[in-house]
Design a protein around this ligand. Structure first.
Ligand SMILES: C[S@@+](CC[C@H](N)C(=O)[O-])C[C@H]1O[C@@H](n2cnc3c(N)ncnc32)[C@H](O)[C@@H]1O
Length: 313
């Protein structure tokens, strides 16, 4: 779909009250958009990626507590953490987007693709623990309420990750997948400060940030850096609605934001989009906000960020 048509639809929906617009937008996403053929695999892998990074820094998912921010429509990242041994996962979202039918469909997928799912978790989750939990999940839950109870997942929505009624020092990890790019810099600071309050002293932030122009996900005619041509006001006019807000912060700006909060970055596994580098090399016109940045910084597609509040004074 041409990205400007998509932007116009989102802007229209964004002008309607959420109670009216959200169900319509969900139907559009289910018929034409990213929820047309949802499978749990990418978010199960996201949970595995989180656990890999915890291990890299001497942590384990087993018996650990997690806070996920920005649940979205499905529960697969929390389920993945539970299949790796998490003791409790709290997942929060500003919007109550979680859909029981999608969770039930995901369970059906797990039942139909047992071997594929086993292969995903091989070498990540202790085999006995995985088998016992996986068996319980695919046989013991048929509704959202049962899934939440069985897996010790608490779903809070609407809830703002910048202000949560949770005990200080109660979380081992603070995680998200494709969420931070949708939040303003000011709100991000509140969320990281709240995360510092909630994390144990040796706790970790583990977040996947998608830096790309999300219109490029569904319109092959534009590159992942297309949105960097627009001024702040142009971008706000095109995509400043609750469905497509993207802060366009580049990877260096995230680094600065964390440094400002005295957080220590332990890892930043970034993937650069070579096609976007080529577009920039050919002289793609950038807005002044991005003009002085290194080409690879502008063309960073996504990054896993691991950070610790441990060294804060
Ligand atoms: C692009 S969705 C990603 C959902 C999910 N993580 C996924 O991988 O599909 C971003 C989510 O972040 C949520 N969100 C935005 N700001 C938030 C905040 N301050 N606190 C909690 N959730 C927030 C939005 O409501 C939305 O559901």
């Amino acid at each position: 779909m041409h990205w400007k048509l998509k932007a116009a639809v989102q802007n229209l929906m964004g002008r309607l009250p959420p109670d009216l617009a959200n169900p319509i937008y969900y139907r559009l996403q289910s018929s034409f958009g990213g929820l047309r053929r949802p499978t749990p695999v990418s978010r199960l892998k996201a949970g595995i990626d989180v656990v890999r990074r915890l291990r890299q820094f001497g942590h384990s998912a087993e018996a650990a507590t997690f806070l996920e921010i920005g649940t979205g429509h499905q529960l697969n990242l929390p389920l993945s953490l539970w299949l790796c041994g998490a003791s409790q996962i709290t997942t929060v979202d500003l919007n109550r987007y979680l859909k029981e039918q999608l969770v039930i469909n995901d369970l059906a997928y797990l039942r139909r693709h047992e071997d594929e799912v086993r292969d995903l978790f091989a070498g990540i989750s202790p085999p006995e623990l995985f088998e016992e939990r996986f068996e319980r999940l695919v046989t013991g839950a048929d509704s959202l309420r049962e899934v939440l109870a069985l897996t010790h997942v608490r779903y809070w929505a609407p809830a703002d990750a910048g202000n949560l009624a949770l005990e200080p020092g109660s979380m081992d990890s603070h995680v998200s997948f494709t969420v931070l790019e949708h939040i303003s810099a000011e709100a991000l600071k509140r969320i990281f400060r709240e995360g510092c309050r909630l994390l144990k002293p040796d706790g970790l932030f583990v977040h996947l940030i998608d830096f790309s122009d999300h219109f490029a996900h569904s319109d092959e005619a534009v590159s992942s850096v297309n949105f960097l041509q627009f001024s702040e006001s142009e971008w706000n006019r095109l995509a400043g609605n609750r469905y497509m807000f993207h802060n366009r912060l580049r990877v260096d700006e995230f680094q600065n934001l964390l440094a400002e909060l005295d957080l220590k970055i332990l890892a930043l596994d970034a993937r650069v989009d070579d096609a976007a580098v080529a577009v920039l090399d050919r002289g793609f016109p950038l807005d002044e906000r991005f003009r002085n940045k290194d080409c690879r910084t502008n063309a960073t597609l996504e990054a896993w960020l691991v950070a610790t509040p441990g060294l804060r004074g």
